[in-house]
Design a protein around this ligand. Structure first.
Ligand code: AMP
Ligand code: GLY
Length: 438
């Protein structure tokens, strides 16, 4: 009997999860939007809000789900994993309390400090915005200003980088958050390592570099992520193996301290002049990073899920040692003033053609739908990222070329960061780290 897997979430990350599990299970999915990529892979995709635990449990019972995977942090924060587990459906994703490692940045930093987890920057937390502003004035150096709660990756302001100290204070006064974390600004290159975690075991995946800034050349406001790349090795071109190992050690120390954690633990790291530091943890796959990692995972994801549920050793993960480049197409105006409700065309043929024309056995092109809404008369944008293409090949440069060919799928009205994965930008990262290490 194949497993019956219920997938919660309707973004690009969840399309990548759906693609990874679908060949080995009966798949059902639910999300507030109708993602046509997931719908094509699932026996049924039902319109249910990702945070509606009661409705999700009812759907899981109706389809006799034997496993569940929760994609988005909003669902974890709403206790969807707790509710599914309580209903007897083993859920790969932490309960709401364990998800605080992501959903409460003040808790996350205190946890790191209290547990002696390496890589924690100096920080203070504030409930009073006036006191926070005084701290910014008195602090000798630049700071990252971080709302403690979830902001979809868009709440952080870094002084000396995106904003002045005066602008950071004005932001705090205007936004009037309940709680903020102020921490030392880390300078370096960012990378992500995602790990499958269950039964005290940690299985790490290759490093990925996301691009948060909206515009080419790392300009503009932060986004949920405009695109990302990974190499054919576990490391990235600007990293040593020792840097990757340091990140893995931090993830392992965190899992040890967390105890019962299950699901994905995502570490966002900064490679600084003083080594690897933690920017944040997430309690789920990254979006876009899942689209880099899952397509090159050769071990069936369903085998990881069943081992996690059974309480046995997780399988060792095999990867196809290929590089990936992922580029998102986003609505005009994203992220500050996104044009929702615009009709878009996505030409799936041109993605298939990019794959066919890639020229090597290793080459492939994939399309992942994200926050689009499939209505009877076509596809429409929402306020978030619309779809992504992923190029896969032996090198980052070859993968980037495939991704660009596949982007012919993007019709008018969508924006892309073409610089992601290009040799010039990758070289900038290498030079940056070399300068830091001088
Ligand atoms: P987060 O929501 O914690 O992922 O932060 C969003 C982005 O803000 C990160 O990807 C970094 O680019 C930046 N950031 C967060 N914390 C720091 C820090 N301490 N120093 C420098 N940049 C940071
Ligand atoms: N790509 C960043 C995130 O998923 O949080």
């Amino acid at each position: 009997m194949p497993e019956t897997v219920l997938l919660v979430g309707g973004g690009g990350r969840e399309h990548a999860i759906a693609r990874a599990v679908a060949p080995d299970c009966d798949l059902y999915a639910c999300a507030s939007n109708r993602n046509p990529g997931i719908a094509a892979l699932a026996a049924e995709m039902r319109a249910i809000d990702e945070r509606d635990a009661a409705e999700i449990v009812a759907f899981a019972r109706e389809v006799d789900a034997t496993l569940a995977v929760v994609g988005p942090e909003s669902a974890l924060a709403a206790g969807v994993a707790d509710a599914l587990d309580d209903a007897g459906v083993y859920t790969f994703g932490p309960d709401a309390d364990a998800a605080r490692i992501e959903t409460d940045k003040a808790y996350q930093r205190r946890f790191m400090r209290d547990e002696g987890i390496p890589g924690c920057p100096d920080f203070e937390t504030f409930d009073d915005m006036d006191a926070a502003c005084d701290y910014i004035d008195a602090y000798d150096g630049d700071l990252a200003v971080k709302p403690a709660g979830l902001t979809g990756g868009k709440g952080v302001r870094v002084t000396g980088d995106q904003v002045t100290k005066a602008e950071a204070k004005a932001y705090l006064r205007e936004a009037d958050y309940d709680r903020v974390v102020l921490e030392e600004r880390l300078i370096g290159e960012e990378f992500t390592v995602q790990a499958f975690v269950a039964n005290g075991e940690v299985r790490t995946t290759p490093a990925v570099q996301d691009h948060k800034r909206a515009y080419e050349g790392d300009e503009g406001p932060n986004t949920g992520g405009m695109g990302s790349y990974s190499d054919a090795t576990p490391t990235l071109p600007f990293m040593d193996e020792a840097d990757y190992d340091a990140a893995v050690e931090i993830l392992e120390a965190t899992v040890d301290a967390l105890g019962e954690y299950k699901g994905v633990l995502y570490g966002q790291f900064m490679l600084t002049a003083d080594g690897v530091r933690v920017v944040e943890f997430n309690a789920r796959f990254g979006d876009p990073e899942a689209m880099n990692t899952l397509p090159v995972l050769e071990t069936p994801f369903v085998d990881v899920l069943t081992a996690a549920r059974e309480g046995v050793r997780l399988p060792a993960l095999e990867f196809s040692r290929r590089a990936t480049v992922c580029k998102y197409a986003v609505p005009a105006g994203y992220p500050t003033d996104p044009e929702a409700g615009a009709r878009i065309d996505v030409d799936e043929e041109s993605v298939a053609q990019a794959a066919a024309e890639s020229g090597t056995d290793a080459g492939d092109a994939l399309l992942f739908y994200a926050s689009v809404d499939a209505r009877d008369d076509g596809l429409y944008t929402t306020t978030s990222r619309a779809f992504a293409v992923v190029g896969i090949d032996e090198t980052i440069t070859a993968a980037e070329t495939i991704a660009e060919d596949a982007l012919a799928a993007a019709g008018d009205g969508l924006r892309v960061r073409h610089d992601i994965g290009r040799p010039a930008l990758v070289q900038q990262r290498i030079d940056h780290v070399e300068r830091l290490r001088e």
